[in-house]
Design a protein. Structure first.
Length: 308
């Protein structure tokens, strides 16, 4: 539905309405999708199944950004092509869902719940709490790459290339998907630590690129931060998933994405409102510094667990 709204939108108000609809759809779909992957994976492939929850999410973002950038640069009607394609793909996905088996056995007289339940089970609460600052940090940096970076290419670095805009939105999630898949069998705690360090370095390089006025450095920083996202978020899912029962997967997935999308959205809106007052570079520097502080808090908590 949101793709159709974007396709026919006559004004910015319609675009905002489409984003609201898209946000609801994304929150519902990613929660269900992540829980389903954890449940349907074979017992000897549970780690890979959980990792795919992160890989598919970021891989889709990467592909969408790159294809959109190419269409903006070379196609005559990019909006029509993008949103028509998304509408068709979504319809095919809806049809495919009806052929998927149910992963939970429900009593015959039980009715499926209509209200989403957001819950962190007691068994996973300590792990979830320790990783929460890391999740906030990496999703803030994800918003910086996906939301601010393409705008910075045009407004700060004064480059109007649609392809470069696409690359700036593509590189971080592409690295995230690649790294997330590569570490699916690695020790999740050490992957988490490596991801935190990569995120901190990536944030520093992105911030420094604005001081140097070098767009290539920003893209390198995005790549490093994206690798940090892939390592940290995949590790987070792998650390928490084994601690819950199959009936609890949806609840903890919902809690995960409420935290994630809150960290993605609210700081980005705040940064947008501050840009006019502080200027672009100081706003990005402050934003990156805040993400680093969350990452450092998460690093301290992870080291404490590792030493316990």
């Amino acid at each position: 539905m949101s793709s159709v709204v974007f396709l026919v939108a006559p004004s910015v108000d319609w675009v905002i309405a489409g984003r609201v609809v898209q946000g609801f759809a994304t929150g519902i779909a990613t929660t269900a999708f992540t829980a389903a992957l954890a449940e349907v994976a074979p017992p000897n492939r549970k780690r890979v199944g959980v990792a795919l929850g992160s890989v598919c999410l970021t891989g889709g973002l990467a592909l969408g950004s790159l294809v959109t950038g190419l269409l903006i640069e070379y196609a005559a009607s990019p909006n029509t092509i993008v949103f028509t394609g998304l509408s068709v793909t979504t319809c095919l996905g809806v049809v495919a869902i009806f052929y998927l088996p149910e992963t939970i056995t429900r009593p015959p007289d039980a009715r499926p719940p209509l209200v989403a339940r957001i819950a962190v089970p007691d068994a996973a609460r300590a792990e979830f709490t320790a990783a929460a600052p890391v999740v906030v940090a990496i999703w803030m940096l994800s918003a910086l790459s996906g939301g601010l970076a393409p705008a910075l290419v045009h407004s700060f670095f004064h480059n109007s290339s649609g392809l470069l805009n696409g690359v700036s939105g593509f590189i971080a999630p592409a690295m995230s998907a690649t790294v997330g898949l590569a570490i699916a069998r690695r020790d999740p705690r050490r992957s988490m630590l490596a991801g935190i360090l990569l995120s901190i370095v990536g944030a520093g390089v992105i911030a420094g690129s604005l001081g140097a006025g070098w767009v290539a450095a920003m893209i390198v920083g995005q790549a490093v931060a994206g690798a940090g996202f892939g390592a940290s978020f995949t590790a987070f899912l792998r650390l928490t998933s084994p601690l819950v029962t199959p009936t609890q997967h949806a609840g903890i997935a919902a809690a995960t994405y409420v935290l994630s999308y809150t960290a993605f959205g609210i700081p980005l809106v705040a940064a947008g409102s501050l840009t006019g007052r502080l200027g672009t570079a100081p706003t990005v520097w402050s934003y990156a510094a805040m993400a680093v502080l969350f990452a450092l808090a998460g690093l301290q908590m992870q080291i404490r667990i590792l030493r316990a």
